[in-house]
Design a protein around this ligand. Structure first.
Ligand code: ACO
Length: 381
């Protein structure tokens, strides 16, 4: 019994997608009363990506998910759970996760969206890992994706300089090997909900011409208060999650904090005493992509060779809710992953085309079925 291996969730695939449209600080300085210097100095951001007219949270999720499944070499039909962490879903319902499930042809998967502000992805990672550890699933896909440009008030200099669009995804698989997701911390303080919110569009203030005129469908934020909260909880959650794993902060080989503001990251890293070379940041290029920030950063860090087998990787995030979370992972996959035969990639591409055809066929069958029923009922009447 003592030698029994712990069933854990291991990361076996990762992917990211960012739109090609770039919005620089210089562009912003022509749109609102700000300057390139102010944005860079106060946030650490140089530019951000903005989704094109045909792009959505769902379409970006799909691209990131396909890339992650390619790395993991997992057939979409084997995926049993899809979580999309987002505050900018394609629709309030159906969930973006269901749209992704359909587009992937993941016909054996359950799918749902998760809303926990910028910490949504780390929450999702914890949920999926817990379900894998409990033995309910073997293969899960966790995605963090945002189209924040659609809820950004481009006349508000306090917020519009901060945010960007993109998506990142991880494939988690059950394994009895050493490592994987070691521990997680999830926390919330709803008393701070007013500090960062989208006031309209929910049951409190449904959409109306008044709510649109009053610009209530955009992000409203008390930046100073969020800043204070973030610099407190980021080091706190990081310490807690490492302690839960039975390790020390000094053991962290790679720290990936939520990419919100360079000064928040600096403050947390200083408080924790983590050397800068062990911290990954890509904030300058993407800005704050909310739920997508941690998975995009993790995917980039892995691709840049910043992770080795046996490394302790800690991800931590904070955001609207207020909610915050951290996860400690012992990296277990030998890197780089061997290149897979081209025919396998082509096979998966073919499965995605097939999924589109099957989705279309099911929609058509439903329509024809409804039409036939109406026809028969009409004849009966
Ligand atoms: N350009 C020029 N001046 C500006 C700009 C701008 N883009 N934005 C604000 N200012 C001004 C303010 O109006 C203020 O002027 P005042 O003193 O005359 O009132 C002055 O700059 C200082 O404002 P502060 O709010 O104190 O600026 P600060 O240095 O705190 O930086 C910032 C503001 C960048 C928003 C910072 O507070 C921050 O990053 N907060 C955290 C935000 C965050 O991380 N959110 C994450 C969660 S997002 C999610 O969950 C979706």
């Amino acid at each position: 019994m003592a030698n029994e291996r712990r069933r854990a969730a291991h990361i076996s695939g990762w992917g990211r997608y960012v739109p090609t449209g770039v919005l620089t600080n210089e562009d912003l300085s022509r749109m609102v009363d700000t300057s390139e210097e102010w944005i860079l100095q106060r946030t650490g951001i140089l530019e951000r990506r903005v989704a094109g007219s045909g792009e959505t949270t769902g379409s970006m999720s799909l691209r990131a998910a396909q890339a992650a499944l390619d790395v993991a070499q997992v057939d979409p039909r084997k995926v049993e759970l899809i979580i999309v962490a987002t505050v900018t879903p394609d629709y309030p319902f159906p969930s973006t996760a269901c749209l992704v499930q359909d587009a992937l042809g993941a016909r054996n998967a359950g799918a749902f969206d998760l809303s926990a502000g910028c910490s949504g992805f780390v929450y999702g990672l914890n949920v999926a890992a817990g379900l894998i550890e409990a033995g309910q699933y073997d293969n899960a896909l966790v995605i963090g994706a945002e189209t924040l440009s659609r809820i950004t008030d481009w006349t508000d200099r306090n917020t519009c300089v901060l945010f960007g669009d993109g998506a990142g995804a991880l494939v988690l698989q059950a394994n009895g090997a050493r490592g994987g997701v070691l521990s997680s911390v999830l926390r919330a303080d709803g008393s701070g909900g007013d500090l960062l919110k989208l006031p309209a569009g929910g049951s409190v203030q449904p959409a109306s011409s008044e709510s649109v005129d009053q610009r209530q469908h955009y992000i409203h934020m008390d930046g100073r208060q969020v800043f204070r909260f973030a610099t407190r909880v980021l080091p706190e959650a990081t310490r807690q999650v490492v302690e839960l794993a039975g390790l020390e902060v000094e053991d962290i080989a790679l720290y990936i904090p939520h990419q919100a503001n360079g000064r928040i990251i600096e403050s947390a890293v200083k408080a924790l005493g983590i050397p800068p070379e062990r911290v990954f940041t890509n904030l300058a290029r993407y800005g704050n992509t909310s739920s997508a920030s941690v998975p995009i950063a993790l995917a980039e860090a892995i691709d840049e060779g910043r992770v080795q087998r046996g490394d302790l990787v800690v991800v931590a995030a904070f955001g609207a809710g207020l909610a915050w979370a951290a996860t400690a992972i012992e990296w277990s996959l030998p890197l780089p992953v061997p290149k897979q035969p081209r025919r396998r990639i082509l096979w998966r591409r073919m499965l995605y085309h097939l999924a589109r055809v099957q989705s279309w066929r099911r929609r058509l069958c439903r329509r024809v079925g409804a039409w036939l029923r109406r026809l028969v009922e009409g004849e009966d009447a």
